[in-house]
Design a binder for this molecule. Structure first.
Ligand code: HGA
Length: 610
């Protein structure tokens, strides 16, 4: 959330900043702004809304500079106004962009006001600009002022700062929010993620917690929390420009839905390479970590949490050990019972989800040493803090509503399940071969589900005028109903709730009438007959049913019962295949309602604030 980009070069960096902000816009789109050096004071342009609007203003005002910073905002403190948009400026001299939340901002604001500083925004961020200015005024260099100022802060931040009086450098700091440095040839960059700078460089350094950095055209110096110079490893990013482009698609979400066969194939490539469910897929010492695990605790948020809920059915069913799944923001603030033999699994697309990271830190503080991260960005904070890692190879996910990240997380969790089962002697060789075969065919089954798109688009037309919808599933398909409801809420703004189908009669059935569409995930598994009874309960109250099933389920359309079938039942992997229709339903309903599919209101990707 919130995107930061900064550049120092021998050329005009404004086009780089604007291009970078466009690529970071998925992280926040309440407002956008850039600040550059001027003749006597820092120049700034900010606009609420999209980067494109800010770009026009920057062009109109002839913004040109070899040094600058930019920001796309997802507001946490202070409304969506131009005054609250970043960069924030102190005394016309110092400009700052910030991702995160300064928890003690009120206290710092009072302190700075007593020192004579005037505030023009309601943000928590503005205190940081004035604090750095305050220490500069006492004679500190820009870097020293930043390093002193961050000691006064509680909370989370990624920060980049420029100062009119020191035109040859930019400084940056990181604590709790992602920030990387890009290394160019005679030019250097900072960014929230590599997509912002990939057209200029692929050489990156990931700043660590508490790091500060000083960038000049010629070089970059990094310092740890104590201010001691440190060497951080340089990485070569493999993010391709093509993966960040829309190509022939209308939306990134559409592109990412259609990329799922390839994303799944890439995610299982290593597994197919070793030809079996080998612990090494999760890290060098995974056999030792996983062997005598006696239970699993999954921690995640949002869509990743639903991936975890799905995995619970697999793990308890196939491995025979208890598996609990908890929303990370709840786990981190309760008194959890430590169990050294428990495996802690965190799931996060970005690897920077703050709640999940904090939950992991909390688990480790309780003594949990067996930690595994399932993540789509290998160099990010959560995998780096975990002992084992499974890298989902979904590729860059730009659409705010997660799609290919979810299905590849499911693949990773299924691989974990089978690996744990094998380690415990619960997976015979024949069964292992069958599961590998099923996974090998999964991209094809997902493609078949994608081919249902035209039929689903017709359903979406009927959904688009509705205000509410229910999603039902049972067993391992209940989390897919939850995911379907979440997708619909996120991008079409239709109020949707999911229930285990058997729960309907205990309350939610009261909501059902002819205006309530009810989506049912009803593949041909052992609960199908039960689900059919639950569907009858809906029909008897006049509810209209939209049923996703598979060709083996043997039930047809009738008055008020619409059916779309995937070609065949794919057994234990069925939840993955049945995710595709609910994604497509949400996508096409949003299209029909004319909402902004990739940038739904009030949301942003990579949730790096609490
Ligand atoms: N707290 C700052 C930055 C918000 C942020 O990082 N969002 O992800 C603000 O509200 O402007």
């Amino acid at each position: 959330m919130c995107g930061i980009v900064g550049a120092i070069a021998d050329r005009d960096v404004v086009p780089l900043l604007i291009d970078g902000l466009k690529r970071l816009e998925y992280r926040g789109y309440d407002s956008a702004g850039i600040a550059i050096l001027g003749d006597t004071c820092v120049r700034r342009v900010r606009r609420t809304g999209r980067v494109a609007e800010m770009e026009s203003a920057a062009l109109a005002e002839s913004f040109v500079s070899p040094l600058g910073i930019g920001h796309t905002r997802w507001a946490t403190h202070g409304g969506v106004t131009e005054n609250n948009a970043h960069p924030h400026i102190s005394h016309g001299e110092l400009a700052l962009v910030h991702n995160g939340i300064i928890e003690n901002h009120e206290q710092q604001r009072a302190r700075l006001q007593a020192l004579g500083y005037e505030f023009e925004s309601q943000t928590d961020t503005e205190v940081v600009a004035h604090l750095i200015h305050h220490y500069r005024a006492q004679g500190a260099s820009l870097l020293q002022a930043l390093q002193t100022a961050v000691r006064d802060l509680d909370g989370a931040y990624a920060i980049a700062v420029i100062d009119q009086r020191d035109p040859s450098r930019m400084v940056a700091a990181r604590m709790g929010c992602p920030l990387l440095v890009g290394l160019g040839d005679g030019e250097n960059f900072v960014a929230s993620d590599v997509s912002a700078i990939v057209s200029s460089t692929r050489r990156v350094i990931f700043l660590e917690e508490g790091d500060t950095a000083e960038l000049t055209r010629e070089g970059v110096a990094v310092f740890d929390t104590d201010g001691t110079p440190v060497q951080r490893e340089e990485h070569l990013s493999d993010v391709s420009l093509a993966s960040l482009e829309l190509g022939p698609y209308r939306h990134f979400m559409q592109k990412e839905i259609h990329e799922q066969p390839r994303a799944i194939a890439d995610t299982i490539e290593a597994l197919m390479g070793v030809g079996g469910f080998a612990p090494e897929l999760f890290g060098a010492d995974a056999a030792e970590v996983l062997r005598d695990v006696d239970s699993v605790q999954i921690l995640a948020c949002g869509t990743s949490y639903y991936a975890g809920l799905t995995a619970r059915y697999w793990i308890e069913g196939m491995v025979g050990i208890p598996c609990a799944v908890e929303v990370a923001s709840e786990y981190r603030y309760r008194t959890a019972v430590a169990n050294p033999r428990q495996l802690i699994v965190t799931i996060s697309q970005s690897g920077e989800t703050l709640d999940t990271m904090e939950a992991l830190k909390y688990a480790k503080s309780l003594g949990h040493a067996r930690t595994l991260s399932i993540c789509n960005v290998p160099e990010s904070a959560i995998p780096r803090a975990s002992r084992l890692v499974y890298h989902t190879r979904a590729g860059a996910e730009i659409g705010v509503a997660s799609t290919k990240a979810f299905t590849t997380q499911l693949v990773a969790l299924f691989t974990l399940t089978a690996t744990l089962a094998k380690l415990r002697g619960k997976l015979a060789a024949l069964q292992e071969a069958e599961l590998l075969e099923a996974l090998r065919h999964l991209p094809g089954s997902v493609q078949h589900a994608l081919n249902l798109e035209p039929q689903i688009a017709v359903w979406a037309e009927r959904f688009s005028p509705r205000q509410h919808a229910l999603f039902l599933g049972r067993g391992v398909h209940y989390p897919i109903a939850l995911e379907g409801a979440l997708k619909l809420k996120e991008i079409s703004y239709i109020h949707a709730e999911a229930y285990p189908a058997g729960e309907l009669k205990h309350g939610p059935l009261a909501l059902v009438d002819k205006d309530m569409p009810v989506v049912v995930i009803a593949p041909n598994d052992r609960l199908l007959e039960k689900v059919k009874s639950n569907m009858q309960e809906v029909r008897a109250r006049g509810g209209e049913l939209f049923v996703f099933t598979d060709a083996d389920s043997q039930f047809g359309e009738s008055e008020g019962v619409h059916v779309i079938r995937t070609p065949r039942h794919v057994g234990v992997l069925s939840p993955i295949v049945h995710t595709i229709p609910v994604q497509l339903l949400a996508y096409h309903t949003a299209l029909a309602r004319g909402t902004d599919v990739d940038k739904p209101r009030n949301l942003a990707k990579s949730v790096t604030v609490e």
